[in-house]
Design a protein around this ligand. Structure first.
Ligand code: UTP
Length: 290
């Protein structure tokens, strides 16, 4: 394993300031990243993935309305005292384990002007030459953390995006890449298009929410105009790097769930519930009854 690239990437930016319109009305009051997958909020799966890949610092790009996200990572001495006093040691251990091994910080995106704008908002606290970005609503269950797979594929001066093959009729939900395959799972990306209709999609290799980005991306984002949906798109900024041969696409191993929409969230919930030995039989019984 190329451990040198693992140690080069120490910071992960998690943009979590979106409006979550696909999950309204619940997202009117609860951020989609706080919806529970079994008994942990979605965001915690991305944080755990980052930690497992060697990330030491997580920057949450959040909005004024989403204070609960940062609160989840703050210690709660009253709750801990209560659990201790009632002998609930196992729960106490689980509460104390939240965010262990990583420093969690917050920056505020005042307005949801797009994913690219959210990443740009992190500029003031990210000095690193290269950093990771994880979109918490893309949950990936993998033997090797998905972001770690990208970090291992990273080369200096390059960006790496996570690629996944999707059916042609779904290209309009993703940024889509075309380029040359350097290896069976590693593309040198030459073109990227945000949410193309199937007829104009350059391929069916879609970008999902994991990136390794060079610091240079900030300067490019600053010059990037509004794109698809009137938002500042990360894909548009990456297209500038791709035109210079500086983007790699890594087809990652793992199972990805889009928890930003209702059915994807339910699928992820069932998947992770069945992985818990103490819950599996109970869930199967419920499904049989239904
Ligand atoms: P999405 O498009 O999946 O999230 O953005 P959304 O806009 O919240 O959801 P819908 O489409 O309205 O249902 C991908 C990621 O980028 C973040 C989101 O929180 C999500 O994690 N994002 C998006 C921001 O942080 N700021 C933005 O302005 C837009």
């Amino acid at each position: 394993m190329p451990t040198s690239s693992r140690s080069a990437v120490r910071t992960a930016v998690l943009p979590v300031a979106g409006l979550g319109t696909r999950f309204l009305p619940v997202t009117k009051a609860v951020p989609k990243e706080m919806l529970p997958l079994v008994d942990r909020p979605c965001i915690d799966y991305a944080v755990a993935e980052a930690v497992a890949a060697g990330i030491e610092r997580v920057v949450l790009v959040t909005s004024p309305a989403k204070a609960s996200l940062a609160r989840y990572y703050e210690p709660d001495p009253d709750l801990e005292a209560h659990l201790r006093a009632h002998g609930k040691d196992e729960l106490l251990a689980r509460v104390q384990a939240i965010g262990r091994g990583v420093q969690v910080e917050t920056v505020i995106q005042q307005q949801a002007l797009g994913l690219g704008h959210a990443v740009l908002t992190a500029r003031k606290v990210v000095d690193d030459e290269v950093f990771a970005v994880l979109l918490a609503d893309d949950v990936v269950d993998a033997a090797e953390p998905a972001i770690g797979q990208l970090i291992d594929a990273w080369q200096p001066g390059h960006a790496v995006v996570a690629l996944m093959e999707v059916p042609a009729e779904e290209t309009r939900r993703y940024g889509v890449c075309a380029g040359l395959w350097r290896e069976p799972d590693l593309m040198e990306v030459h073109a990227m298009v945000e949410k193309p209709a199937p007829a104009v999609a350059p391929s069916n290799q879609a970008i999902v929410g994991r990136y390794v980005l060079p610091r240079e991306i900030f300067a490019i984002l600053e010059r990037t105009d509004e794109g698809s949906g009137g938002e500042i798109q990360l894909t548009d900024a990456l297209a500038t790097l791709a035109a210079r041969g500086q983007v790699l696409g890594k087809v990652f191993e793992g199972r990805r769930f889009d928890t930003g929409n209702v059915l994807g969230f339910l699928e992820a919930t069932l998947h992770y519930t069945r992985k818990r030995p103490e819950l599996r039989a109970g869930l199967d019984e419920i499904l049989d009854r239904l």
